[in-house]
Write a protein that binds this ligand. Structure first.
Ligand SMILES: CC(C)(COP(=O)(O)OP(=O)(O)OC[C@H]1O[C@@H](n2cnc3c(N)ncnc32)[C@H](O)[C@@H]1OP(=O)(O)O)[C@@H](O)C(=O)NCCC(=O)NCCS
Length: 248
């Protein structure tokens, strides 16, 4: 296994971003608007040195995707409540304004489903810390999305993230992986990722009827979708967990 950045192997950009999510992953995430600014080939073109790929031979089997922004611009909060959406937007703003960054934000780590459970995510995480250090950036922040929270969509994130095992590590496996790798849980990004859409779109994404008002639990969602039939809207607001890592 080897680790590269897409600055070193631009020829692997398509294969790196083609690593799929597990079957059953929620389709509605494609409705997140900030994600369209900071996903896929666009990121690879602007920040190729901040996209790492774990290779099996020449085949990418895991990716770690980061963007960069300036943390002390426009009174920006160190760890904003708007989490993922906010930092993706800041990175896009700074790219358009040609502002030199000082902070990296990880937007995604994905391991090929065939390779889950082999510790690859920690290898990717450590490579991301090294890429941030090599880029001369001071900080690595991550609005972490613990996918297993989908089993408890009605539980507030601060309660979920605060649960620990007897050894003091987080009960959630993905938070635990970050903490084991040296990450520090800082706070909750209560409005980190949002998806808003008419109810017909939610029906299309989920196959659910969306015919009554109130919270609706959707497979793969970390929080309920809040719906109003009178206004024809479904709004999903996902909390994430702010974790900081030290660049290597
Ligand atoms: C989350 C993800 C990156 C973890 O990657 P991974 O390489 O499989 O994880 P690891 O092998 O390092 O395992 C991490 C921990 O999760 C546990 N784990 C792995 N797969 C598991 C599963 N299917 N069910 C329960 N626990 C699991 C491992 O045992 C380990 O915990 P432990 O060390 O305390 O035993 C991977 O599942 C993935 O790509 N998911 C889809 C994308 C995603 O949701 N990314 C995170 C948000 S951006």
């Amino acid at each position: 296994m080897t680790i590269v950045t897409l600055a070193q192997r631009p020829d692997l950009a398509v294969a790196t971003f083609a690593i799929p999510y597990p079957p059953g992953s929620p389709r509605f995430m494609e409705g997140n608007l900030a994600g369209s600014l900071a996903r896929g080939p666009r990121v690879a073109r602007r920040w190729p040195h901040l996209v790492v790929a774990l290779l099996d031979g020449d085949r990418p089997i895991a990716r770690g995707v980061m963007v960069a922004y300036r943390s002390d611009r426009d009174d920006r909060a160190a760890l904003p409540d708007l989490g993922w959406d906010q930092t993706a937007t800041w990175a896009a703003e700074d790219a358009l304004d040609d502002i030199a960054p000082d902070t990296a934000c990880a937007l995604e780590i994905a391991v090929h489903p065939e390779r889950h459970g082999h510790g690859d995510s920690t290898v990717v995480l450590n490579a991301m810390r090294e890429a941030v250090g090599a880029a001369g950036l001071e900080t690595l922040v991550i609005p972490v999305r613990p996918p297993d929270k989908a089993t408890k969509p009605m539980q507030p994130m601060h309660e979920y993230a605060g649960q620990t095992r007897a050894d003091g590590l987080p009960a959630d496996r993905w938070l635990r992986t970050h903490v084991r790798a040296g990450g520090r849980i800082e706070t909750i990004a209560s409005c980190s990722m949002t998806v808003q859409a008419p109810l017909a779109q939610w029906r299309h994404w989920t196959g659910l009827p969306f015919d009554s008002d109130g919270p609706v639990a959707v497979e793969g969602a970390l929080a309920p979708v809040l719906t109003s039939t009178a206004h024809n809207i479904g709004v999903y607001v996902e909390a994430n967990v702010w974790i900081t890592h030290t660049p290597a």
